[in-house]
Design a protein. Sequence first.
Length: 139
Amino acid sequence: MQFILVLLTLAVSAFAQSVSISAPTVGQSLFVGQSLMVRVDKPRTLSPSTDVGIAIAIAHCNQDPCEDHTQQLGTVLYTGSYSPQDGPGDYYPFQNISVVLPSQFPNGQAVISVAHAALVGAMPYLSTDVANVTVNMRM
């Protein structure tokens, strides 16, 4: 019974460390070659954590709805540090990251993914997660 409780606690703790994408929004039209601000939010948690970093990528969708892109992220637009900060009037700490969309990219649905890594807890373990948002790419 205690083993199950420990596993459940670890699962909840790991889930609580996840990030989300608040910009761009679902279904937003983006244009190839344009600059884009990606806003990555990190909800507040009870467990201490240290962010290791993130990667932002884009992948064309081959079906509707888009296939799962948590294992193959696509074209990498950014890799680097992630240091979310509180903003005035914002509920979650966040970081805006500017990326440039590929100049050669098919029209249609695409998935923007943010892969996130963090060290969680007092005796840290590695937690990883991927947040996705589906957008429409235009030329």
